[in-house]
Design a protein around this ligand. Sequence first.
Ligand code: R5P
Length: 294
Amino acid sequence: MRLIIPGSQGILAYPISKNTGIPMGYAELEKLPDGEKYVRIPEQVAGKEIFLVNSFAYTPDEMIIETLFLIDTFKELGSEKIIGIFPYFPYSRLMRRFIKGEAAKLRTVSKLFKTAGLEKMYVVDFHLQNVDEIFDFEVVNISAMPLIADYITKNFELDSPVVVGADQVAEHWAKIVAEKLGCEYRLMRKIRIDAENVVVDSVPEVANMDVVIIDDIISTGGTVVQAIKALKSAGARRIYAACTHPVLSREALKMIYHVGIDGIIGTDTVLSPISHVSVSGLISESIKENEGFV
Ligand code: R5P
């Protein structure tokens, strides 16, 4: 028997349940006056395979601790297997220590999930391509880029476009979108100064071209803002941006609109005003394929 249970940010649980036919369950989740988390599972979960759906945006630390409480409680109540459906996974940009003494945060988070009893997880466009090597359990990493490319084709006005990866790491995603759009991709190079500031140190040839900037995450908006400025200076015509995870912290969207953009989209791995593409169908198909549904 299978059961889908949503966490506080498990908004994709219902469409995934509808698409896969896995029944929905329920967990009581509350934030107590002192800031602690209350978690209770009123469902019969013993002997069941649990699909726990949660995203970790806005309040990543709180969502991680809530998810750990849930996993540990499922285990204690005798669930057969716990599978995480975590469309947006935080701390994915810091696997190793760049500065002496810095916490290798992703490594710690991966150990916590393993210890709690997670046996497998589905993620969408995980920042690091070698995600399997980081977690000590099975990971299914799904890409939303083909869906994003479909949205771009249908909704953005493009004339001889070029796809521009926001940095070297974005090459993988820029390539997928460019192939679907039938155009070339090029890469920008950036140097990160701190969490909010980047400097673009290499801009590709884009004069008189429509440009689609592709990135996995738009967080503070620093990268996209600097990319737009650099592409405008390089003579780009229309400029659009697309990402999988529109984290859009603080004033990110305002800053991006202020610098001037012709269109911007993201998916619902993180709910935002630009989440026009849903990954629920994609995740459902992947579950059906990987979990042996007929
Ligand atoms: C970094 O390598 C990522 O791919 C994104 O470029 C980055 O997360 C964007 O962050 P921000 O919007 O804060 O510049």
